[in-house]
Design a protein around this ligand. Structure first.
Ligand code: TXA
Ligand code: MG
Length: 341
């Protein structure tokens, strides 16, 4: 299949926006920009189109998709009930990097929900994609537009690398500002539960949901045989092909570990580590700048392989603010191999 590139810098690109909407109405697959990562969109109401998403990504069928809307009025068509607390969070965080898991209506096919009786819903902030959703008149199912298991796509080039030839079109717009995927909160349980940290921080959520439960899988490997609340959390994910390990400790301890270990040829580190390192490195910026780390994260993980590293060491971020989202992606990228120094 030849993948068409539709260049749409902003909403003045009406021809490209209309073409993307038409492809979606006809059951095709289109990668679209969002403020978090690029998404691979198809009509959430078209089972065949949804099945093609799983095929193009090589995604396990039991891992459900997020449904994207552009208007609050769409919500009633797809979810059975919205609690007051869920509504408050939507009002506060939409459009934006926040996803609410709610009881689903029958119109949402099981293929979208992975057989669960809930559906994840998000209203993305990207203006081009909001326009595409409105023009298509459809709720759009869209996972991240990467090959399943690979780092998520925070630039259009990442999408081209992974999905060229496998989907109908890619809407090429700018790089994603947030850089990691949305925060996923389940309101299908009481109290609500954080399933995936992301662009909206725990600190922000707790202002509205003081008794928010943090799912243990956010910061640790789910125990074997225990059913996870969010199927996506049980898979190794975001992984470079190189051997990678994460190390938590001071700048000096991290540098000593990198410099003395024969099998390590690359460090993924912070600016503060650079003066101490004697091996090549990729920096995620300043240790305290968690937003910057999120923005650079997926490009950096892809660069580990582009640099043909055989063994890379990642310096663990702290878990405050957006740091929790960065930590959550990194423990999956290293297959939960974390060394505390
Ligand atoms: O920022 C984002 O959320 C991006 C952009 C494209 O919107 N999308 C995204 O989708 O990250 P995806 O498919 O890569 O991740 C969706 C996550 C998975 O971990 C999945 O298991 C979880 O959300 N999820 C989806 N529906 C769910 C449900 N009904 N219950 C629990 N978890 C669900
Ligand atoms: Mg994904």
């Amino acid at each position: 299949m030849k993948t068409k590139l539709l260049y749409a810098k902003d909403i003045t690109a009406t021809l490209q926006i209309n073409e993307a909407a038409d492809i979606l109405k006809n059951g095709g697959l289109v990668a679209v920009p969002t403020e978090t990562v690029y998404g691979l969109a198809a009509s959430a109401l078209n089972e065949k189109a949804v099945a093609n998403i799983f095929k193009a990504k090589g995604r396990p069928n039991d891992n459900p998709l997020i449904v994207h809307i552009a208007d609050f009025s769409e919500l009633d068509n797809i979810v059975a009930e919205v609690s007051d607390l869920a509504k408050e969070c939507m009002d506060a965080f939409w459009p934006g990097p926040f996803t609410a898991v709610l009881p689903k209506k029958d119109i949402i096919p099981n293929a979208v929900s992975g057989g669960l009786n809930t559906v994840a819903v998000r209203m993305p902030a990207n203006a081009v994609t909001a326009e595409i959703i409105k023009k298509s008149g459809l709720p759009l199912a869209a996972p991240s537009a990467n090959t399943s298991g690979a780092p998520s796509p925070s630039t259009p080039y990442h999408v081209i690398e992974d999905l060229s030839g496998k989907i109908d079109a890619i809407v090429v717009s700018g790089d994603c500002e947030v850089g990691v995927e949305s925060t996923v909160v389940s309101f299908a349980v009481n109290p609500p539960r954080l399933l995936r940290p992301g662009g909206i921080t725990v600190e922000q959520l707790k202002e509205l949901i003081p008794d928010l439960v943090i799912d243990p899988a956010v910061t640790a490997e789910p125990e074997k045989g225990v059913k996870v609340a969010s199927p996506g959390m049980k898979y190794k994910h975001y992984s470079p092909k190189a051997n990678t390990v994460m190390v938590a400790g001071s700048e000096q301890a991290f540098a000593d570990f990198c410099n003395k270990n024969q099998d390590i040829d690359l460090a993924l580190c912070f600016d503060e580590d650079i003066p101490l390192l004697k091996i090549p490195y990729i920096s995620l910026g300043k240790k305290a700048d968690h937003s910057k780390q999120a923005e650079l994260l997926f490009s950096a993980l892809r660069d580990i392989d582009k640099r043909k590293s055989k063994g890379a060491v990642i310096h663990a971020p702290t878990k405050e603010g957006m740091g929790l989202a960065v930590y959550n992606r990194l423990i999956r990228a290293v297959g939960f191999k974390v060394i505390e120094l």
